[in-house]
Design a protein around this ligand. Sequence first.
Ligand code: PBG
Length: 333
Amino acid sequence: MQTSFPPFPVHRPRRLRAREAIRRLVSENSLSASDLIWPVFVHENEGMPIPVSSMPGVSRLSIGQVVDAAQQAAELGIPAIALFPSVDSSLKTSGCEEAWNPENLANRAARAVRLAVPAIEVMLDVALDPYNSDGHDGLLRNGEILNDETLDCLERQALCHAEAGATILGPSDMMDGRIARIRSALEDHGHDGVVILSYASKFASAFYGPFRDAVGSMGTLKGNKSTYQIDPGNSDEAVRMAMRDIQEGADAVMVKPGMPYLDICRRISDLGAAPTFAYQVSGEYAMIRHAADKGCLDLESVVLESLLAFKRAGCVGILSYFAPFAAGLLNRG
Ligand code: PBG
């Protein structure tokens, strides 16, 4: 980048900011509905949607309501929906067997959406936490997360999600070696077209609090996830995790959380090795929504600015609970 400019007044930067049209002409990044993935919570309850108390404006939906949401997303031009099951606690075990039940909630929801709205991509997480009575993403024994035993479970879960029609799998468990295992299982079982969007650079973050509330893993989680998720102070390690997952067969990688980790987004997208996504997580949503509800921030402007920041940081797409709201604003122009 050129670092010396002619001095003022020859160089007068506001010439390029003076009118709306000239600003549009020199703008470097833009946001559209096509950049968004909408995370949606699904539960068995067929009644009215049940609000997530820590996330105003977000509710848990029945499968039928999720199909409507997918239809709405498609109409808004949102290319993908990510489904997160809130599983009844009676189905959670320490062996997590429900994770690979072909008829589990996530699979039934994915099948219903694929059937009704074939134009939209359906993403499912691969991780054991929705099904784990211990609340962790991997199997827990004697206070330890068992990496290698968990891989067998993740492989089975990934295959049953692919069978159910998930077009994107998002391994969010942070076990070592999972991407290679899942990729080879998919290849061996005729699912070579399934995209792996790896939660590669996932930090042990306190910003996931409202999500754990939404899927009901808050009360069950024993301890924290620091033995498998990344230390929030580590940057090189986050880059290594992305490179590793790409080498193991991930088609795209994700940084999570988003806004506090924009530096990581930039470093990973600069590798040029795979499309980079960010997840604007539940705690980020909650911060913005609560502040706006209190009249401290203008919701529309802050949402669009926060999402555009990910594009500036090099991301091709963003998972955000604001997806339908933002797409509505963007489509309005
Ligand atoms: C769990 C998972 C988490 C999120 C997505 N998948 C939480 C966690 O790791 O505890 C968080 C998403 C959010 O906070 O919005 N595998």
